[in-house]
Design a protein around this ligand. Structure first.
Ligand code: BEZ
Length: 306
C-alpha cells in the first residue's frame, strides 16, 4: 500500500463521490475506482457500502478512514519538520560585530567554509546586544560579540580577552610612550573619540566602564558612528581613540598605536548560541577557532560565561 492510496481513499470519503474525488485528485474516474477496489482487496475488507449514493463507508471503512487521516497528517508534519532541520543544517547565519573583521573572524569563517562545503554561511553584522534577540528569534544561529551580556536563553562562551591600544597621530606628544606603554589615567584630559553610536551597551559602553572601574572620568569623550570615523579623525590630528589591538591592522595613514598598561583594559571576545542547541556546526566552529588560534600561536581556553 502506498500513501497515494490512502490519499485517494480519504478524498472519496470526504467528497462522498468517486466523480468529485477524481476531479479533486486530477485523475480519471475509472483508475480511481480501480485503485479503491485494489485497496479493498489488499485489506480484505469492504471499505464502502456497495451501490450507496452518496458514497457511504462501512463501519470498518470509517475506522480505517480515521487512521488514514492520522497517517497522512503525521507524514505531512514529519516532512515539514525534516525540511526545517535540513535547512538549518545547510545555512548557518553568523552575527558579528564589525571590529571582529580585523581580528581572527575572517580566518575562522574561511576555515569553517572549507571544512563544511555543504553548509551555506550567511554573515550578518549585528551589535552584541542585538545578537541576543536575533538568536532567540532564529535570525542568526551563532553570534560573535565583544560584551559581557547575559541572558538565560543564551549560552555565551568566552574565547579570549583582547588587549586594547591607544591610536594617536604619529606627531602627537603621546608617541613618547610607544615603547613603554601608557596608563588610562594619563589620557583623561585628551579629546577621546568613542564608537560606535549604536544601541547600547556597545564598545563605547565597555570603554566607559573601564574608566569607571579605574575611578577615572575622561573630560572629553566624543561619540562617533564607527571605528573608521574615529581613526580618520585621529589621523587628521583631532584627538585620540582606544581600539582593540587587532584593529591596528586597519592601516590608516599617520597613526601609531600605544599599548595600554592597565590590566582592566581588554575587550572580551565571545561566542553566543541558543541554550541547548546541539547542532553540529557549533563544535565545528569551535574546532575552527581552536585551529586558527593554534596557527596564530595563541592559547585557546574557551570558558562558559554567565
Ligand atoms: C578572535 O580574534 O579571537 C576572534 C574573532 C572572531 C571570532 C572568534 C575569535
Amino acid at each position: 500500500m502506498e500513501l497515494r492510496h490512502l490519499r485517494y481513499f480519504v478524498t472519496v470519503v470526504e467528497e462522498q463521490s468517486i466523480t468529485k474525488a477524481a476531479e479533486k485528485l486530477c485523475i480519471a474516474q475509472p483508475p480511481l475506482s480501480r485503485q479503491i477496489q485494489k485497496l479493498e482487496e489488499e485489506l480484505g475488507i469492504l471499505l464502502f457500502e456497495r451501490g450507496s449514493r452518496p458514497v457511504r463507508t462501512t463501519e470498518a471503512g470509517q475506522f480505517f478512514y480515521q487512521h488514514a487521516v492520522q497517517i497522512l497528517t503525521h507524514t505531512a508534519q514529519a516532512t515539514s519538520m525534516a525540511k526545517r532541520i535540513s535547512s538549518v543544517n545547510k545555512i548557518v547565519r553568523i552575527g558579528y560585530v564589525s571590529s571582529l573583521l580585523y581580528a581572527l573572524l575572517p580566518q575562522i569563517i574561511y576555515l569553517f567554509r572549507q571544512n563544511n562545503p555543504d553548509i551555506e554561511v550567511e554573515l550578518i553584522e549585528c551589535g552584541t546586544k542585538d545578537q541576543i534577540e536575533a538568536l532567540k528569534q532564529g535570525k542568526i544561529d551563532i553570534g560573535f560579540g565583544r560584551l559581557r551580556i547575559s541572558d538565560p536563553a543564551i549560552k555565551r562562551i568566552l574565547l579570549r580577552e583582547e588587549k586594547l591600544k591607544l591610536a594617536v597621530h604619529k606627531n602627537h606628544y603621546l608617541t613618547q610612550y610607544i615603547d613603554q606603554g601608557i596608563y588610562l589615567s594619563q589620557i583623561i584630559n585628551e579629546p577621546i573619540f568613542s564608537y560606535p553610536a549604536s544601541q547600547k551597551p556597545n564598545f563605547s559602553t565597555l570603554i566607559q566602564s573601564i574608566f569607571t572601574e579605574l575611578g577615572l572620568v575622561p573630560k572629553d569623550m566624543i561619540e562617533v558612528r564607527e571605528i573608521h570615523l574615529a581613526l580618520g579623525l585621529v589621523s587628521s590630528g583631532e584627538g585620540i581613540c582606544i581600539i582593540p589591538e587587532s584593529a591596528s591592522d586597519i592601516g590608516m595613514k599617520n597613526l601609531v598605536y600605544i599599548p595600554i598598561l592597565d590590566v582592566e583594559a581588554y575587550s572580551p571576545i565571545s561566542l553566543s548560541v541558543r541554550n541547548m542547541d546541539q547542532s553540529n556546526y557549533i563544535p565545528s566552529i569551535l574546532d575552527c577557532i581552536k585551529n586558527v588560534f593554534e596557527e596564530e600561536n595563541m592559547v585557546f581556553k574557551p570558558s562558559d560565561s554567565t
